[in-house]
Design a binder for this molecule. Structure first.
Ligand code: SF4
Length: 385
């Protein structure tokens, strides 16, 4: 069994934090496969902080690629041809030199099974000219490469230079035609750090090279805030939030710079779906104010796919999941289904993708015009009226 990074022993595996041991986990944009963990790029805002993996700088494998793909496609959340999949988006970069053979192995295994699921690969690393031909050989999966680019030049916050991601985006976007799609994943946008007019114009220029652009803010969770404090980094916000933060005035400036772009999106799934000529797999069409920047042809696609499920259909979709036994359908509207009784977010994401419809948690209401983001920086937010 070949692994290109060291394989953890069972003793080492047992000592990992509990959440880090889950190699298959549902995250908002898809079912995420993470059997390689560890990254030396040291972005201060890395989500690894929240998995107890920050100190793990060297990539290591929790299992072989073949076992990992079997675990993914055999998972109760995986639906062939439907479930969007993300590869190595939680704990490493898929194109680190030691990790890239694993990335190719996983993609080629999924493709070899004839699966047509969306597969998202997020990277900020350098890609190589040969990667174009190799990825173009994938015949079935709908592959999207998302290039994380922030333009942040504070080396304490982002030591790995943003121009590398920009060059990779340019390299991988240039060939035509190609089977995979490319996205400028412009994040995290942080006021005072990377939101000057020059930063915004640079992102616009880069976005013209890609099939679509997504802009989004910072996940400023407690663990990340603690790291900023402990290391004397400039704290972007005075409070933390469970959702990403994009202040209102910043959003308006982004929309204005991109006013001539036909492919700017607030949601990753919208950009990915658009790039493949498909309706949004997360069913965001119900949240009407999200769609005001979307091209008309895409709006029509999403409108045509929008089907409001009945409570019975929601319960039937949840029936195979033991952890959804307590599901309570609170309300279903054209916008979204609101549910309660689920202990974690994962079964909710499963329902969302199974039905192509937004499924919200009654405990975390979404606010109008906030696009599922944190309240911080919006003048009509509670406490800011
Ligand atoms: S129409 Fe709305 S839901 Fe569909 S891709 Fe555009 S923004 Fe997303």
């Amino acid at each position: 069994m070949a692994t290109f990074v060291p394989l953890l022993t069972s003793g080492q595996l047992q000592r990992l934090p509990e959440r880090a041991r889950d190699v298959v986990e549902y995250r908002k944009s898809g079912l995420s496969l993470n059997h390689i963990q560890g990254c030396p790029l040291d972005c201060a805002y890395c989500i690894r902080h929240t998995y107890g993996l920050w100190d793990q700088r060297r990539p290591r494998a929790l299992m072989s690629n073949a076992d990992a793909v079997n675990a993914l496609v055999g998972h109760r959340y995986f639906q062939p041809h439907t479930t969007p999949v993300q590869v190595f988006n939680r704990a490493t970069d898929p194109f680190l030199p030691a990790v890239r053979p694993h990335t190719f192995a996983v993609l080629e295994d999924l493709d070899g099974r004839g699966l047509t699921n969306h597969v998202l690969v997020i990277t900020r690393h350098q890609m190589k000219p040969d990667d174009v031909a190799r990825l173009n050989q994938l015949r079935h999966i709908k592959l999207t490469l998302l290039f994380t680019f922030s333009g942040i030049d504070n080396k304490q916050i982002e030591p790995y230079p943003s121009p590398v991601a920009a060059a990779s985006l340019e390299l991988m976007s240039a060939p035509a035609p190609r089977r995979y799609r490319t996205i400028l994943y412009w994040r995290p946008l942080v006021p005072g750090l990377n939101d000057s007019d020059e930063h915004l114009v640079r992102a616009f220029e880069l976005g013209q090279l890609a099939d679509a652009t997504v802009f989004t803010g910072l996940f400023y969770r407690d663990e990340i805030a603690a790291y900023y404090k402990a290391n004397g980094l400039p704290e972007p916000y005075g409070e933390t939030a469970r959702r990403k933060i994009v202040p209102e005035t910043l959003e308006q400036r982004v929309l204005s710079v991109f006013s001539t772009s036909a492919a700017l999106f607030r949601k990753t799934s919208c950009a990915v779906s658009y790039a493949h000529g498909l309706p949004d797999y997360n069913g965001h069409y119900g949240i009407r104010e999200l769609c005001d920047i979307c091209p008309l042809s895409q709006l029509e696609l999403c409108a045509g796919a929008h089907r409001m499920p009945t409570p019975d259909q929601l319960r039937a979709a949840a029936a195979p999941l033991p952890e959804a036994a307590g599901l309570n359908v609170v309300q279903v509207s054209e916008q979204a289904a609101v549910v309660a009784g689920l202990d974690t977010e994962q079964p909710r994401y499963y329902l969302q993708h199974a039905l192509g419809f937004q499924v919200h948690d009654a405990a975390h209401p979404h606010h109008a015009n906030r696009h599922g983001r944190a309240d911080i920086g919006w003048k009509d937010a509670p406490g800011n009226e």
